[in-house]
Design a protein around this ligand. Structure first.
Ligand code: AMP
Length: 117
């Protein structure tokens, strides 16, 4: 899968665009969504160049995959989310993915409802 280094999250990772950081380690970066859909809306991205979840699972190392998954729980703790949350990852055209760098949305802080649009 072809990764385009000009996507906005790649620019955030290179420090060319700022973000409101929640957490960072060797493998992941988490930051607040610029256009929050819920009271808490955070994005979690791997530092590696992966277009989406399928690309990630095809090409990432086991360690990258484990660290990315585990980071969600760690970030939820940092955000002091107590009453539950939702994670989603939009993939491709029908998934209405806007930014072609893998990201998980974390929605929390209020009732999320059955569908997030
Ligand atoms: P998706 O539709 O799943 O690709 O979601 C992309 C998300 O990135 C949207 O919720 C946008 O509000 C968010 N977004 C776009 N640009 C930025 C930015 N510079 N900083 C933080 N979030 C952003």
């Amino acid at each position: 899968m072809k990764y385009n280094k000009n996507n906005i999250f790649a620019k955030i990772l290179r420090g060319e665009i700022s973000c409101k950081k929640v957490y960072e380690n060797k493998y992941v970066l988490a930051f607040y969504d610029i256009n929050p859909k819920k009271k808490i809306h955070v994005l979690v991205i791997p530092k590696g160049e992966y277009v989406d979840l399928d690309h990630f699972h095809q090409e990432a190392t086991e360690q990258e995959i484990i660290e990315f998954n585990k980071s969600i729980t760690h970030i939820v703790k940092i955000l002091k989310i107590k009453d539950g949350y939702r994670t989603i990852s939009n993939i491709g055209q029908n998934g209405e993915q806007e930014v072609a760098h893998l990201h998980f949305h974390i929605f929390a802080g209020e009732k999320i409802g059955r569908i997030v649009s």
